[in-house]
Write a protein that binds this ligand. Sequence first.
Ligand code: 2YC
Length: 285
Amino acid sequence: MTRLVPDDLITLPAGIEAYDRDLLEKTGANLEQIALGAAAGAGFNLTNLHPGKYKVAVIPVTSGLGTIDGFAKAVSVVAGYLGFQVYITGAADVGGLIEAYKRDADVMMLADDQVFAAINLKSGRVVDNATATAAGYAAALNFMAGSLKGREVLLIGAGQVGSRAAEALTVLGANLIVFDQNKAAATSLVEAIITRTPSPVSLRVADDSADALQSASIIFDASPGRGFISGKQVNEKTLVAAPGIPLGLNSDAEKKVSARLIHDPLQIGVATMLYQALADLRSPG
Ligand code: 2YC
């Protein structure tokens, strides 16, 4: 995932209610329902999870390029909005870890430049943002499409989020076309999914993104590219799930697709991280 900048986050706290209304309007599900759907889809058992019972500590981390203004605040606003008892620790780094333990947090959320994790201090479960974002966006797209079963989805990007999204989309019954500038990455992802998936699903690698975009009616943009999808490559019916920043749609395409575009810097990923971190794994079998 591309590193966020303060401008990506500054409006999130004040806009969280309007964001959730928009999400409900577009997909028929709100943030909580999408996170629940994503956790259930990933095999977690969430029967009667009451967010108000859980304490979430958000810990600023100063390593690497340092803290991002507004990051801890944005994460805490999403957790609070979902009903969790949430606080940002007064200290960063080790001091913050100590505070979370001392205040008996159930979940810690913290991110350095490589990983953003939710750690359940009681069960030991760790959920990373890429996994949760992939599951959350696949669930949101599934709601927006009514169902992805048997539907063709163009997945752009076979990296951290894309490879996990391929898994989640296949579980939802989508027929995937995978494009990555690095064709070998797309090919190995398709092969990995085919060997792992029992039921025969149709997956294939796209050679050229322009051709693939021309015929795609459902797009999952998990690429770090900005503005490479033009207005001509989408139409009034195209559904787009585009996790994280930057957005692959250029401004024409974004205008055309806007009512059917799921795109945010953190919200769906953070919500899904919390639900997956607090869920019990469904007993296998
Ligand atoms: O403020 C802090 O604690 C910083 N250490 C946070 C750095 C987050 C870096 N990662 C990102 O900006 C993106 C996020 C969308 C999640 C994963 N990468």
